[in-house]
Design a protein around this ligand. Sequence first.
Ligand code: URA
Length: 425
Amino acid sequence: MDAITVIRTKRDRGELTDAQIDWVIDAYTRGDVADEQMSALAMAILLNGMNAREISRWTDAMIRSGERMDFSSLPQPTADKHSTGGVGDKITLPLAPLVAACGAAVPQLSGRGLGHTGGTLDKLESIPGWRALLSNDEMMRTLRDCGAVVCAAGDGLAPADKKLYALRDVTGTVEAIPLIASSIMSKKIAEGTGALVLDVKVGSGAFMKNLDDARELARTMVGLGRAAGVETRALLTDMSTPLGLTAGNALEVRESVEVLAGGGPADVVELTLALAREMLAAAGVHGKDPADALRDGTAMDHWRRMIAAQGGDPDAPLPVAREQHVVTAAASGVLTGLDAYAVGVCAWRLGAGRARKEDPVQAGAGVEIHAKPGAAVTEGQPLLTLHTDTPERYDYALEALAGAVTVAPAGTPFTPTPIILDRIV
Ligand code: URA
């Protein structure tokens, strides 16, 4: 077997054999296939695609590159959620303790933000004392004691994907449906969850900009999950405008705690409840309605226990950025657009995100949103508050907002985009 033959096969629109796929993933993980060869193959896959058999084998080979976790010793069924990433997407924070409060165990291995989308671990790390890195024993203990754990995936889980994802990130080969689907599903299947709900984001702030591509990605991932014995389903959800009223680490924790206290923005509550119901149904857990667990405080109790178990102080004040800058409405009328991508880039430039994996993030930085599409606004009213510790970033952050806000004359009809656009089972 040699890398050049494998690359040529895909370059010439051929099908890779199972043996070729197994070999190339294994050899790349061990360093016997060079980065430049894997880059060429990834580009050939992006341009020429893979069929269902190839995607399934590729996913399986990435799972076999590392360890598999096993939660079968837990008394309750396990359910996990994966979002393809968006702006203001803090849903994992209220969702994990909420689903735990309703009777399923939630092993949530999460990532950090890169680029304009935030990362769950960065958000939780704004809570004083909270630790993302747990040993396998600590993870199991937290899951057993609290019903949910949100932590960093260890290096042993799908190491082939870790290496390949970093390479795709710098070679313009992230946006290939076979590669995205196999990347996400190899980690989720290796994680060992019994049920999985995928939140596939659609719109300017997401990888998938249109519904057709998002449907194809969702169907591919649901197929991979089911074939591996994981009860998998997907919701396609809107990411044309930010989710909720905050984008940025500590700002999003504050909003998540509001949801757990029975309040919070309507879109965050709606999506949290929809995903919780899907997770519980997929795990075969029927009993408590998630809306009751938000109302009666049991979801909040699980949150507090989960945060404390990982060293965090759920009562500690959250970090606040040193400087604020208010962006006002330029005209009166109806707010018809607030672009998710622009707000994400703005929050990132304010210091909420990182450009390179090793960069630090500012816990308090981000964007607070005062009006969402559909709201009547008057000229001069605050629309956004930009938070940062480094005000020299304001000019660059404000540039990201050029064209992001659309205000139409008063009386212009406005049809809101539903949060949940489709469901794939
Ligand atoms: N998230 C992943 O884990 N992998 C991808 O390829 C894209 C998003």
